[in-house]
Design a protein around this ligand. Structure first.
Ligand SMILES: O=C(O)[C@H](O)COP(=O)(O)O
Length: 207
């Protein structure tokens, strides 16, 4: 029974500073590195045959730190792709989330952050729906075939790129996805059948 392990990167420097990050390539904070290590320690007994990450350093370094802490070999087959990047936050990138909420109101900021189909302002800004339009085809073309081949797959990515994947796996509605928040550095483990259907899923530990 193959496993799919989804991990949101550890706390980044801009998570710490409460800034919209999106595609900006910020490093992990010291706490984020520690979260990655703890995630890895909990993964010691989980098999991993293949690793997927975004191209952003906070996801790449989370996977490296976690795999080392899990005692896995350094040369696991790995694919990195922009398709797994965080949603692009458009003109919000770099702004402080609390200050933006003061300026535009909590409700508007919640819509930008959590709604399914409202993109943040700016030409490049992606809604969750836009994000899913790149994560899900990638998932189906790359990750699903590995699962169907019986491989245990680790995906280290981002709050919203993972929300789009979880929405599809758990068949969440647009309303349900509004309340979905994925914590940093806590592996979410899916048991799948050989056709890629979800049998069960659970976080590996609670913080
Ligand atoms: O890009 C960001 O700012 C964060 O990684 C995720 O942000 P969110 O919690 O606003 O979705």
């Amino acid at each position: 029974m193959p496993k799919l392990i989804l991990v949101r990167h550890g706390e980044s420097q801009w998570n710490l500073e409460n800034r919209f990050t999106g595609w900006v390539d910020v490093p992990l904070s010291p706490k984020g590195e520690e979260e990655a290590r703890i995630a890895g320690e909990h993964m010691r007994d989980l098999p991993v045959d293949k690793v997927y990450t975004s191209v952003l350093q906070r996801a790449i370094n989370t996977s490296k730190i976690a795999l080392a802490a899990a005692g896995k070999t350094e040369d696991l087959p790995t694919e990195r792709d922009e398709a797994l990047n965080e949603r692009h936050y458009g003109d919000l990138q770099g702004l402080n989330k609390a200050e933006t909420a003061e300026q535009y109101g909590d409700e508007q900021v919640k819509i930008w952050r959590r709604s399914y189909d409202v993109p943040p302002p700016g030409e490049k800004g992606e809604s969750l729906k836009d994000t899913a339009a790149r994560t899900l085809p990638y998932f189906e073309a790359h990750i699903l075939p590995d699962i169907k081949a019986g491989k245990n797959v680790l995906v280290v990515a981002h709050g919203n790129s993972l929300r789009s994947i979880v929405m599809a796996l758990d068949k969440l509605t647009k309303e349900q996805v509004l309340e979905l928040n994925i914590p940093t550095g806590i592996p979410l483990v899916y048991d799948l059948d050989d056709a890629g259907n979800v049998l069960s899923h659970a976080y590996l530990f609670e913080r």
